[in-house]
Design a protein around this ligand. Sequence first.
Ligand SMILES: NC(=O)c1ccc[n+]([C@@H]2O[C@H](COP(=O)([O-])OP(=O)(O)OC[C@H]3O[C@@H](n4cnc5c(N)ncnc54)[C@H](OP(=O)(O)O)[C@@H]3O)[C@@H](O)[C@H]2O)c1
Length: 295
Amino acid sequence: MAYIIDGKKIAQEIRQEVGSEVQKLKRRGIQPHLTVVLVGENPASQVYVRMKGKACEEVGILSGTLTFPDSLTQAELLDVIHDLNDNPEIHGILVQLPLPPHIDENLILETISPDKDVDGFHPINVGKLASGQSDGFVPATPAGVLELLMRTNNPPEGKHVVIVGRSNIVGKPLGLLLLRKQKGGNATVTFCHSRTRNLGSITQKADILVAAIGHAEMIRKEMVKPGAVVIDVGVNRVEDSTRPKGYRLVGDVHFEGVSEVAKAITPVPGGVGPMTIALLLRNTLKASKRDQEKE
Ligand SMILES: NC(=O)c1ccc[n+]([C@@H]2O[C@H](COP(=O)([O-])OP(=O)(O)OC[C@H]3O[C@@H](n4cnc5c(N)ncnc54)[C@H](OP(=O)(O)O)[C@@H]3O)[C@@H](O)[C@H]2O)c1
């Protein structure tokens, strides 16, 4: 049976590390400060934003949420971002996605100052990651996946990592991170996606298999090499009338089956999810430290 990677515990370790660094900064008179911008009333986004705010509070990062109705225009949102960019007291800016359809998401992300872009979605930060420069911001979920691997003694160096999913938020930046010529990198990376043929024959070759698909329990036991490390990024709701909310959360990996063959596996919930928030805190800390270096 597979070792279950405890993302909650590892995320807690990272939060403690961030918390003590925040205290050091505060002693030097710097108060790390994150602003989250939320447009519209998407209930899932509201939950994520609340979780982020609470996590900031726990480690001593000041956080505020600017909430706007769906009717906010693109021009108004651009003004908000410009104001935040110009505000020296704010170190990190995060625009919660998705945005309403009348707003061009790429334009908004490009407007955030790259130095405050704690989500790591600005083209400059994407470019830094792609060219192997480590002074940019790396998106929190892929950074969290790498931390899970490193802190459970499963470094990707020299391993064949198969990533199912090529999104700009998870799959692609994770592949770039694992390709870097430095500690935590040097993997042989294969990307798979919806047009990949014979997916199972490729996933079976993975020493480390990452699923970031968004399809409940799609990765089955027979698709996994015995002894592989399996990281499940997916979060999917499946109906379950026995649960108070009428649903339960499952990953992209069929946990019961795959844990019979894998060496190690992340659960859902309690695997990658908590890491994403912890790494967002670490990015905010990095933004505040940079600001200090400029002074
Ligand atoms: N735990 C966390 O903190 C966290 C954070 C972010 C995302 N997530 C979860 O991770 C999952 C992926 O998120 P995302 O934002 O990357 O999703 P996304 O943008 O929808 O991308 C999904 C990727 O999976 C590929 N795919 C879809 N169906 C496939 C199939 N049948 N076979 C092979 N590949 C297939 C898609 O291929 P194409 O490119 O060809 O369409 C795409 O590249 C979701 O469940 C999301 O909720 C979790």
